[in-house]
Design a protein around this ligand. Structure first.
Ligand code: DON
Length: 556
């Protein structure tokens, strides 16, 4: 079933109502009768761009690149050319995925000591801006695997920026939130997103002519236009005006890095996920290493015992992250040792169904990331996370280019946050050139050499927790793609409560969790989302986007 949506007709509350209805539509809406290719992203326009590329002969990488460009225009609070990300690409002919790390790195002139005194003042917020990797990463993916011409993949984004796009629900909610007031101090962003002082609402049409011009330039000149050309100069000026260390030389020296995927064999599946500098793949792998499918099935999806014991496992992993994970170029990160069966068994013995262990608290909460998944009919699949970190990143843009700068370096860990873990300094401390540890968890699962599940998510430290829960909902409990996303999920907060559950959780479950020692809070978050493509036994695919962030999944 192809979904059609007349964007021109939609306005204001009407669009919001449609978006909600869309999210609530019953199971199966995302699967065409013989669907063999599809995409799911956090934005309808980005999903549509991916499908258009697939329909016109592009492969999954072409579609993912086009969708990432569109995401940067229509979901500018989450990702864009001023940010970075990770991608897993599995070609039908290969066993294991190719992994690309195009995460932001710290500028060479970074003042590492200053990172101990965070948060930075608003007028110095570009101190957290890392060297953007997004464009370099997308160009590398296209160069290695793309079939379509580069300019054709950039064009849909340029067109949306030029002719205007309709504000979707998540962007409207970000603009209406208090932190977005900071956008007003950047004249380019204020003009775009606030009319007469009021934030743009759902359904408003926004044109971004500066970004359109930048994208046209990128279409013609490639990544050079930013890393060695005028677009980069504008970003450096914007960052420096707010205390940033970003320099032209940093841009020129930036390279994406190929990494070896983190791999675990579990219950007949091969699960491939993101290695360091992400800590997301580690959490997923540790949870799988601790439990068998039968064990989890017996507990029952969403039961108190299930949520609590998974949360215990995740708290253990978050604690490992604080102690042992950093940029592998700067810290020794022995993932194999962290996944040793003997070590996991010992951890399991320390976990209990009637007690809650609290890892020392650490603060890592953000609001700007976009995860997308694509599969083409040749069997190639892509799982790509792209981010500018906080909502609208550093809330600064290039005066001419319209490109929004990231604040990714807030993902470095301050000394005070590792002291409770018995460390003097963090393996993830700020250092010139280092890439801060991420939670992003792009993941591909295969069985007997074929993809069975492609997923990933957004939502800061909630990402690996959400990805793990959705993966289990599919692989252990056999839920359909949409059902797996709709199932209740929990999060392990970094302060206050030990467990955050969806609002509306039944009293009996809350009582059960509290009996196990969990301090439970309820909170609905629209900053957290998982996208997935699930393959049926016959190769038929279902694609689905998280109703929490109102994205869209389509197949054909
Ligand atoms: O790399 C990370 O883990 C974070 N900077 C991602 C931020 C994020 O997911 C915000 N979410 N919506």
């Amino acid at each position: 079933m192809m979904l059609s949506f007349n964007t021109r007709a939609a306005r204001g509350g009407f669009l919001l109502a449609v978006a909600w209805l869309w999210a609530l539509l019953p199971e199966g809406r995302a699967a065409a009768p013989t669907a063999r290719e599809g995409a799911a992203t956090e934005s309808r326009a980005a999903t549509r761009a991916a499908l258009d590329v697939l329909r016109t002969g592009g492969n999954a990488v072409d579609a993912a690149v086009a969708a990432a460009f569109v995401a940067g225009v229509v979901s500018p609070s989450s990702s864009g050319l001023g940010g970075g990300g990770f991608a897993l690409v599995r070609r039908a002919a290969d066993t294991q995925p190719f992994v690309l790390d195009f995460r932001e790195s710290a500028p060479a002139a970074l003042d590492a000591a200053a990172f101990e005194a965070r948060p930075f003042a608003d007028n110095e917020r570009a101190r957290a801006t890392g060297v953007p990797g997004e464009l370099s990463g997308l160009a590398e993916l296209h160069q290695r695997f793309g079939k379509r011409k580069w300019a054709e993949l950039v064009r849909p984004a340029a067109q949306w920026a030029e002719s205007g796009f309709l504000v979707e629900g998540h962007l409207a909610s970000v603009l209406a939130s208090p932190p977005s007031q900071l956008l007003r101090s950047d004249s380019g962003l204020a003009d775009l997103y606030f009319k007469a002082g009021k934030p743009a609402v759902v359904g408003a049409r926004l044109r971004n002519p500066k970004l359109a011009k930048s994208l046209r330039r990128i279409a013609n000149e490639g990544a050079r236009s930013l890393y060695e050309g005028p677009l980069g100069g504008g970003l450096v000026a914007a960052a420096r005006a707010k205390g940033g260390a970003l320099d032209l030389a940093d841009l020129k020296a930036y390279r994406p890095k190929e990494r070896v995927p983190l791999r675990v064999s579990w219950e007949g599946y091969e699960v491939y996920s993101m290695p360091p500098p992400s800590a997301g793949g580690l959490l997923l792998a540790q949870v799988l290493g601790l439990f068998s499918s039968a064990e989890l099935k017996k507990l029952g999806l969403g039961s108190g015992a299930y949520q609590h014991i998974l949360a215990e496992a995740m708290r253990g992993s978050l604690s490992d992250r604080m102690r042992y994970v950093g940029d592998p170029e700067f810290a020794t990160v022995n993932v194999e040792a962290l996944l040793q069966p003997a070590r996991l068994s010992a951890r399991k013995r320390a976990m209990a169904y009637d007690r809650t262990h609290t890892p020392p608290r650490f603060g890592l909460e953000q609001g700007g990331t976009h995860h997308l998944v694509v599969a083409d009919r040749e069997g190639n699949v892509v799982s790509l996370s792209t981010t500018i970190n906080s909502a609208f990143g550093a809330k600064l843009s290039g005066a001419e280019s319209g490109i929004v700068l990231n604040d990714q370096l807030t993902d470095f860990t301050a000394k005070k946050d590792v002291l409770p873990f018995g460390l003097d300094e963090s393996p993830n401390r700020a250092r010139p050139g280092a890439r801060p540890v991420s939670s992003m968890t792009p993941t591909i699962v295969t069985r007997a050499g074929r993809p069975v599940l492609v997923l990933g998510g957004s939502g800061g430290t909630t990402i690996p927790l959400n990805v793990t829960q959705v993966l289990l909902a599919r692989l252990v409990f056999d839920l359909g793609a949409q059902e797996a996303l709709k199932a209740p999920r929990f999060f392990v907060p970094t302060s206050g409560a030990t467990l955050r559950v969806d609002s509306g959780t039944a009293q009996a479950l809350l009582d059960d969790l509290r009996w196990r020692g969990e301090i439970v809070e309820h909170k609905r978050s629209d900053a957290t989302a998982v996208q997935l493509i699930a393959f049926g036994a016959d190769g038929q695919i279902e694609s689905a986007a998280d109703p929490r962030k109102l994205g869209s999944g389509e197949t054909r």
